[in-house]
Design a binder for this molecule. Structure first.
Ligand code: GLP
Length: 249
């Protein structure tokens, strides 16, 4: 069973996770050691990032020893596109903290087709060269995706290009001003990449996520629901609000 913690509000859950992350960063800094964080995009982690920014501003939490790897990026979007994950991460977190720009890593949405395999392999290698991911933050899509590991992604998958599910594209359509503007593909870390993290924390809020949260936590471990593989992770946990937890037994 995946440990599940249920909170009254997303803000309460985000504060709890930010406190864990801050403790990890500070204890490593005290030893003069780096921390490698795996980061996620979407609406879900916004209160968590807001709390990290607050802790940086008000409590002096430094990210000088942090290296980050984001899960994924849309194909075809330049960094300055407001829906790119590069833009999202800088706008919501990196521009407001003291992480070193050279320690920020995201897959590129603009890599040429002939360079794609090398780009993905280099991303995997860089994670390994940094010592692996200490703590991977996740949201969950309504297809059960973590990162963009859509149905069919099994636990041997690593960083690669993926076709986005139509449900994922329709969920993203409002932000892009119509489904015709939503990229059809993305680059994402694989399930194996995520499973290799030493700790994994998945957040989910709201009643819309309740059915997929139930499948991920209580359903069979299957490539049809990539998040279900977290049942096999030795140190994974789900942080939910009451609505997202409402269908759990
Ligand atoms: C996108 C991201 C995922 C994210 C999911 C859910 O597809 N690639 O990493 O978990 O959306 O998004 P939201 O948090 O907005 O519900």
């Amino acid at each position: 069973m995946i440990p599940v913690k249920v909170f009254d509000t997303p803000q309460d859950a985000a504060k709890s996770l930010a406190a864990e992350v801050a403790e990890l960063i500070r204890s490593r800094a005290a030893e003069g050691k780096p921390v490698v964080l795996g980061l996620a995009t979407g609406a879900t982690p916004l209160p968590f990032y807001a709390e990290l920014v607050r802790m940086h501003r008000e409590e002096g939490l430094s990210f000088a020893n942090v290296t980050s790897f984001n899960l994924d990026e849309y194909s075809g979007l330049p960094r300055e596109h407001p829906e790119s994950y590069w833009y999202f991460m800088h706008h919501n977190l990196f521009d407001h903290i003291d992480i070193k720009p050279e320690n920020v890593n995201l897959p590129s949405g603009l890599v040429a087709p002939e360079d794609l395999d090398a780009h993905c392999a280099a991303y995997e290698q860089k994670i390994k060269d940094c010592g692996g991911i200490d703590l991977q933050i996740l949201g969950i899509g309504r297809t059960g995706h973590i990162g963009f590991n859509e149905p069919g992604s099994d636990d041997s998958t690593i960083t690669r290009k993926i076709q986005l599910d139509e449900l994922t594209r329709s969920d993203a359509a409002p932000a892009f001003g119509g489904i015709e503007n939503v990229p059809k593909t993305a680059i994402t870390m694989g399930v194996a990449t995520i499973m290799a993290a030493r700790r994994v924390v998945l957040m989910a809020w709201g009643a819309k996520k309740a059915p997929i949260v139930k499948k991920a936590v209580e359903g069979p471990v299957t490539s049809e629901v990539a998040a279900s593989y977290l049942q096999k992770h030795p140190n994974a946990c789900f942080l939910l609000d009451k609505e997202a937890a409402s269908e759990l037994q």
